[in-house]
Design a protein around this ligand. Structure first.
Ligand code: 9D3
Length: 250
């Protein structure tokens, strides 16, 4: 899969893409991410990308011409036209369902918004606007990185362990169960007690472990994100466990 990211902070985006799972996928050529400096698509001496808003008001607006020229160049690089996304607080909220839909595209172009916004006419070249949540960020670079990370994980071969992608709790609509590693006991200065790994995980009884993990995932989801249970797909055992947990709660 190919991503083109258009930004006024190419170093910030490039830097983040070098690390971890994404960095390795790019090295292996499983993933192709091309970062474009919006200023390279200006035509003036000072490489200006923003201007004051018509009608007045605070802040600056991204000028349309550099973005149009960037899109012209990116679209010319291939016969098929890529899906163009604009990061924006007004966009579709990014969810795993949106991520899975975007992952079906062979090519995505991400335009990173900045300042107060982008000239409205840029939207004529955009297929969809995406927001990553209802909080105020300084621009679209972090949202673009979030989109690339979440979508790239869906591409076969990017995450080493395909099973972990398939089993990912959010893929099933539940929160994750608790995880432990060695040591089996650790002293806590905060509580003055010894914090132990649950006995069931040390028991070697894999049927019991599976059942415990299901119960814990359901208990956490019920306590923290009960609305997720309305959409979750639960097997027979999970439906029984959830009934017990609700009865205990009430
Ligand atoms: C004054 C009204 N603000 C809009 C809600 C102005 C404004 C705030 C922040 C305009 C742009 C920005 C920069 N944010 C993004 O470009 C952005 C964003 C975000 O702030 N939160 C979550 N997702 C995204 S995607 C792009």
């Amino acid at each position: 899969m190919r991503f083109d990211v258009v930004t006024i902070f190419p170093a910030m985006v490039q830097q983040a893409l070098g690390a971890g799972i994404l960095g390795r996928a790019i090295e292996r050529r499983t993933l192709n991410v091309v970062v474009h400096d919006l200023r390279d698509f200006t035509t003036d001496r000072h490489r200006v990308v923003d201007d004051v808003p018509y009608g007045g008001g605070p802040g600056m607006v991204l000028k349309p011409e550099p973005l149009f020229r960037a899109l012209d160049a990116i679209e010319a690089a291939d016969e098929s036209s890529p899906t163009v996304l604009l990061t924006s607080p007004q966009g579709t909220l990014l969810t795993q369902a949106v991520v899975e839909r975007l992952a079906r595209q062979p090519r995505l172009v991400l335009l990173c918004g900045r300042y107060e916004g982008v000239d409205e006419r840029v939207r004529s070249r955009v297929d969809e606007e995406i927001s990553i949540g209802d909080y105020v960020l300084s621009g679209g670079e972090l949202p673009s990185l979030v989109i690339v990370d979440a979508v790239a994980r869906m591409v076969p071969g990017v995450v080493g362990d395909e099973q972990s992608v398939a089993e990912d709790s959010f893929g099933r609509g539940l929160l994750d169960y608790p995880h432990y590693t060695r040591p089996a006991e650790i002293g806590s200065r905060r509580s003055g007690t010894v914090l132990k790994v649950p006995d069931v995980l040390l028991s070697g009884n894999h049927a019991e472990i599976r059942r415990w993990r299901k119960r814990e995932a359901l208990a956490r989801t019920l306590a923290r994100r009960p609305e997720l249970l309305e959409q979750a797909t639960l097997d027979e055992e999970e439906q029984g466990l959830l009934r017990d947990l609700k009865a205990q709660r009430d």
